[in-house]
Design a protein around this ligand. Structure first.
Ligand code: NAP
Length: 457
């Protein structure tokens, strides 16, 4: 039977789904998969991107864990591709590689004042509240009024986490430093700005509805944003999701607090539409002091045009949640414009050409860009795996495909890698920390501690 030794770089949902699909689909090959991950723990975006108060989505980890626990995939965590292991190493020991490293950076925004103190990328804040080991432990939460830019689900995650009272997050898995940080937050008003209208948002109904259920937080919408054009009315009539979103927002127009009048909660979460960013205004010390935006109006085709009316709102912090962006990997082609690995249905292409790079594949957000829900990654992985199987004739010819080669190489390089048993150790440890305090889990945040607990050192 032909042997296929495959390396997958990135142990988030994309990489794990690809491994699962290949192992389930392929009976002609003797498949052996090694999954490399730069963090000491697997599950990527589910562990470090999904908000802690979304246990249903966090629950995807259970399905991913079942895949890993089946026993036919080896995990090498705390291994940085390009440093601890290189593309040349992979060619020496595997027949092919799939890169599934996702998109973890914030898209840049060319806006005056974007570098002011108090202007943040959503991705960094999400990493903080999800206890990512590579971001600082402290997050400044002195602002009373905060703006969140964007109308996607990440914007709603950020707005919700900022507006929520810290004690309401206690049952979740938030790390201790995150609870302490949020508990000390001075926030009273969170303003979410979308540049288009309510019928053109990217967020989903469930996530919107959730905002209206937060304890001691009023959701505030403004009548001026509901003067729909024909394109918006058509979208509401033809798209169930848009219809539900409209229904939810319309119901909020009737609530106390609407239009900034009435409402008794100690915090408010405002949704502003038709607001195109113009400038983040900084004070003399370079700190965010206001957000300047242009009022837009619908252009009749789902887009907007500026009205020339400039407005300003006092804020002390700004979070841009306008999309994620992929990062280049050493030795791997990269499309700088779109932040993805150039590819044809998952086959990696040489930069600027249509030539396929033999043996090299990609899946997930680093393949198609940061759009879509976690489940969409499955069909993405199927497409990639289909090519991988069909391309058998152009796989690499490894010098040493033995199982022992990689652990030996990593040990020789002094890499303190973690494996699946190590993940089980860390998982148990975190659950036990949580149990002691009546919580589901308390995440270990420090990389060194994650590694120490995993390796039982
Ligand atoms: P997204 O859905 O693409 O939303 C990006 C938002 O940013 C859009 O409203 C977009 O407006 C706006 N935007 C882009 N450039 C802008 C600019 N220059 N000025 C002002 N606004 C700008 O991206 P995302 O929120 O990062 O989410 C990524 C993916 O993860 C999505 O598929 C999302 O559903 C998913 N996700 C899901 C969940 C969940 O299920 N709970 C949670 C988080 C993320 P335009 O539409 O006008 O371009």
């Amino acid at each position: 039977m032909t042997q296929l030794r495959l390396a997958i770089v990135g142990a988030g949902p994309a990489g794990i789904y690809a491994a699962d699909i290949l192992l389930k689909a392929e009976r002609k090959f003797n498949v052996a998969i090694d999954l490399f991950e730069q963090l000491p723990a697997p599950y990527g975006l589910v562990r470090y991107g999904v908000a802690p108060d979304h246990p249903r989505i966090k629950g995807i980890i259970n399905a991913l864990r079942d895949v890993l626990d089946r026993g036919d995939i080896r995990v090498f965590g705390n291994v940085r591709f390009g440093e601890d292991i290189t593309l040349d190493d992979l060619k020496r020991h595997y027949h092919a590689v799939i890169f599934s490293t996702g998109a973890v950076r914030d898209t840049t925004l060319d806006l005056p004042g974007i570098d002011a103190e108090g202007s943040y990328g959503a991705a960094d804040f999400v990493s903080w509240f999800d206890g990512h080991p590579d971001v600082p432990r402290e997050w400044p939460l002195e602002a009373e009024s905060v703006a969140v830019l964007g109308n996607g689900n990440v914007a709603l995650d950020v707005a919700r986490m900022l507006a929520r009272h810290a004690d309401d997050l206690l049952p979740t898995e938030i790390p201790a430093n995150v609870y302490d940080g949020l508990k000390a937050s001075k926030v009273t008003d969170v303003h979410v700005f979308g540049r288009r209208g309510p019928a053109q948002v990217k967020f989903t109904p469930l996530e919107l509805r959730e905002l209206g259920e937060l304890h001691d937080v009023d959701t505030v919408v403004y009548d001026e944003d509901f003067d729909y054009d024909q394109a918006s009315l058509d979208a509401i009539a033809s798209n169930k999701q848009v219809m539900v979103i409209d229904r939810v927002l319309q119901s909020w127009r009737q609530r106390p607090g609407a239009n900034g009048v009435g409402g008794e909660a100690s915090r408010r979460l405002h949704l502003h539409f038709y607001a195109k960013p113009v400038e983040i205004v900084a004070d003399d010390e370079g700190r965010v002091s206001a957000f300047r935006y242009e009022r837009t109006r619908p252009d009749g085709q789902g887009g907007v045009v500026g009205t020339g009316e400039i407005r300003e709102i006092a804020i002390q912090a700004m979070y841009r949640a306008i999309g994620y962006f992929g990062s280049p990997l050493p030795g791997v082609p990269f499309d700088e414009r779109h932040g993805v690995i150039p590819n044809h249905e998952g086959q990696i292409l040489r930069a600027g050409s249509n030539d396929v790079v033999p043996g090299a594949y990609t899946t997930g957000w680093i393949k198609r860009g940061p759009v879509g829900l976690i489940g969409h990654t499955k069909s993405d992985a199927m497409e990639t795996v289909r090519h991988l199987i069909n391309d058998q004739g152009s796989w690499w010819q490894p010098e040493d495909p033995s199982e022992a080669a990689i652990p030996a190489l990593l040990a020789e390089r002094g890499v303190r890698y973690t494996d699946l048993d190590g993940w089980h150790n860390l998982d148990q440890h975190e659950l036990a920390l949580g149990e002691a305090e009546g919580r589901v889990r308390i995440k270990v945040v420090e990389r060194d501690e994650m590694v120490r607990v995993s390796r039982a050192e």
